[in-house]
Design a protein around this ligand. Structure first.
Ligand SMILES: [Zn+2]
Length: 435
């Protein structure tokens, strides 16, 4: 088995050079899928397409692969003998049933390379020490991916994972990391904890935050309150990353912090509307990825369910010519049409997070019977919470719709949001398909 070799520096090349390099890598990838993946072998046969005829210019002729396809035919995506698998990750998928994503040694080398060039782009060097606040275990990939990337850069990793706030604070004081990697709302909590316990987060050794899982920027690329809070509390640069565990591919903001760069030797990025047609830069649509060079479970045109857009305008000031992915705006399957306005739950979360002293919350989405959705915000009663009418006005200004707000005891709301069955807070109760 050969070691994985990327094409370092390709993202700085002119578009023609990128195009021809991608065409070569794609041809190999498509051939591997057609030859070794039972799922794609069948798909090519049913579509009456020869793998050798598929290239960059007609990739869109291939059918899309959905998360449901991946979950339903999971074993058929495996394109190597099971003896070649070295790591197995579980992705929660759309149904809640965990789906296996299986990696070969070469896939992990590819992942390390992906994170290495991402971390290098955001300014990490071998002199850095990075504190990882995301877990390496529990069948997640993110923690492992970041660890591999930090090693590949030659920086030092401190794997404290889901340690307590006190343990992270102790490490920051004693080992003096320069970089924190984690979920932004947790990094905000950590800064507040430091400030309340006699340390000043802005005066620590930390100079860079690499954020995963939650957006820190809005659709206009300006920092959201969360991003601005992080910058102010830590006095550090805030970089956001986007990754898909099925695609084993991530995008990370460079030092210009204007969207996550596509690494063109690792993936082909499409942004499609609800009918599967490409949308222009700046227009939101579903992120569809063809991760290149995956051996274990290769994918073609994978629908991530995430809504994003390509940052419009001239190439990035860092010199990379590759497209940049803006912040994730929501999930395709959670899209709402409320009185003619397209809206994602995430936009409502962001608006609610900007209300001072607002209680915990979850959203209920119902069909109002006329191809339109009804949005009900269940808001926990919280001390010093502003009047509901004022909250509704604020939300209307941000969202362009006036949602129904129901105030309930906060413990009732929390009981629904933080359930033992889910590893993330559950803030969306989608009743649209309920009988
Ligand atoms: Zn850049």
């Amino acid at each position: 088995m050969s070691r994985f070799k990327g094409l370092p520096g390709l993202e700085f090349q002119p578009p023609e050079a990128i195009h021809s390099a991608q065409a070569r890598v794609l041809a190999k990838h498509v051939a591997h899928c057609a030859r070794h993946s039972p799922y794609y072998r069948r798909l090519f046969k049913e579509a009456g397409v020869r793998a050798a005829d598929i290239g960059l210019d007609n990739l869109a002729e291939l059918p899309l692969t959905t998360k449901a396809d991946f979950a339903t035919h999971n074993a058929d995506f495996l394109a190597v003998p099971t003896a070649d698998i070295v790591d197995i990750v579980l992705s929660s998928g759309t149904t809640g049933t965990p789906t296996r994503v299986m990696y070969t040694e070469r896939d992990l080398q590819r992942l390390a390379y992906n994170e290495e060039i991402s971390f290098t782009a955001c300014g990490l060097t071998p002199a850095d020490t990075a504190l990882l606040t995301c877990t390496m275990d529990r069948c997640f990939i993110a923690g492992l991916a970041y660890f591999l990337g930090i090693r590949a850069v030659g920086a030092a990793a401190i794997r404290n994972g889901h340690g307590t706030l006190a343990s992270h604070a102790g490490i920051i004081a004693s080992i003096r990391p320069t970089v924190l990697v984690g979920v932004p709302s947790f990094l905000r909590k950590l800064a507040v904890y430091l400030n309340e316990h006699g340390a000043n987060a802005a005066r620590t050794s930390v100079r860079k935050l690499v954020c995963i899982g939650e957006p820190v920027r809005g659709a206009d690329m300006a920092p959201l309150k969360l991003g601005a809070d992080l910058r102010a509390l830590w006095g550090a640069d805030v970089h956001s990353t986007y990754a898909s565990s099925e695609c084993i591919t991530s995008f990370c903001e460079c030092t210009a912090q204007q969207g996550g760069h596509l690494h063109p030797d690792l993936a082909i990025l499409e942004i499609l509307d609800a009918r599967g047609r490409p949308v222009p830069a700046g227009t939101p649509g579903e992120i569809v990825l063809t991760p290149l060079g995956i051996e274990g479970m290769p994918l073609l045109r994978f629908k991530t369910d995430d809504i994003g857009f390509i940052v419009p305008g001239p190439p990035c000031s860092c010199g990379r010519t590759s497209p940049r992915l803006g912040p994730i705006l929501g999930r395709q399957r959670q899209m709402m049409k409320v009185r003619g306005t397209t809206l994602y739950p995430q936009a409502v979360f962001i608006a609610l997070d900007e209300i001072p002293n607002a209680g915990d919350y979850y959203l209920e989405i119902r069909t109002d019977g006329d191809l339109s959705d009804d949005l009900i915000i269940h808001l926990g009663a919280h001390a010093q919470q502003p009047p509901v009418a004022w909250i509704r006005e604020q939300l209307q200004a941000r969202l362009r719709i006036a949602p129904t707000i129901v105030v309930e005891p906060e413990e009732d709301v929390k009981r629904r949001v933080y359930t033992p069955e889910s590893r993330k807070p559950v803030r969306v109760l989608d009743r649209r398909n309920a009988p």
